[in-house]
Ligand binder design. Structure first.
Ligand SMILES: [Zn+2]
Length: 249
């Protein structure tokens, strides 16, 4: 049952036919892990906290740097050199003290993820590193947890989600087989415009909310290429790859 304060706090989304009190209760009982608290993780975490996701696990081993503030909107100038996970948890608790927020000040690795992913209902991959993205893909597949992945370079974003609850592909390795990886640049080497991260990180939060409420999720097994310079959007339906090392084994 939602309290009168909760009914008031979430009234503008509860009045939506897609949400209602039932949907709000689903969000309140949901547990989400956000891996990476940078340009994507910042808006995603802020919106998920504000929307009343019951439990948020925030994973990042980095500290706030002056060069992060152009796009990582969770952090203020006085947070420089502090732990991103700890600052993010404080900011989200201030935004919504009715939810539970758990900071994990460490870089996600396979063994840590294997232990913790099974304790949540959904994972947001907000990292900018291909190795860890493949690790998240493998762990979520093994744990049968849905994952919403995104990345942004320059003005261009990518978004795709996988629902592994049935123990079936496709998966991220079907899309980009690890052995075919070329050297890919990330934000620190390629440059990125802040609001594009705001757009795509907010889309990740949206997809998570839709999934948790049982709505249809547009990016499920469908790569979305979002060009924020022109607002062009391309979609590419993904099929499971017969020789995928992760999901066809
Ligand atoms: Zn696969």
């Amino acid at each position: 049952m939602l309290s009168s304060k909760e009914l008031q706090r979430y009234s503008r989304q509860i009045m939506l036919p897609q949400v209602g009190e039932d949907g709000q209760e689903k969000l309140a009982s949901a547990r989400i892990m956000i891996v990476g608290l940078g340009g994507l993780g910042s808006p995603a975490a802020l919106y998920l906290a504000a929307a009343g996701i019951g439990e948020l696990h925030l994973v990042d081993g980095d500290h706030v740097d002056l060069s992060n503030l152009q796009r990582q909107v969770l952090y203020k100038t006085n947070h420089q050199s502090k732990s991103k996970a700890l600052v993010a948890a404080q900011q989200l608790a201030a935004a919504n003290p009715t939810i539970r927020v758990y900071p994990h000040s460490q870089m996600a690795n396979e063994s840590w993820l294997r232990e913790h992913v099974k304790q949540v209902d959904l994972v947001l991959d907000c990292t900018d590193n291909l190795d860890i993205r493949h690790t998240i893909n493998r762990v979520c597949y093994a744990a049968r947890r849905p994952v919403v992945m995104a990345s942004v370079q320059g003005f261009s974003g990518q978004l795709i989600s996988f629902d592994f609850s049935a123990g079936k592909g496709p998966c991220y390795a079907c899309l980009f087989p690890p052995q075919q990886q070329v050297e890919v640049q990330n934000c620190s080497t390629a440059g990125v415009i802040g609001p594009a991260l705001g757009v795509v990180g907010s889309m990740q939060a949206l997809e998570a909310i839709k999934y948790l409420m049982g709505m249809s999720v547009s990016s499920l097994s469908t790569l979305h290429l979002i060009e924020t310079e022109t607002f062009a959007l391309q979609t590419l339906q993904l099929r499971a790859h017969d020789s995928c090392a992760v999901c066809s084994a």
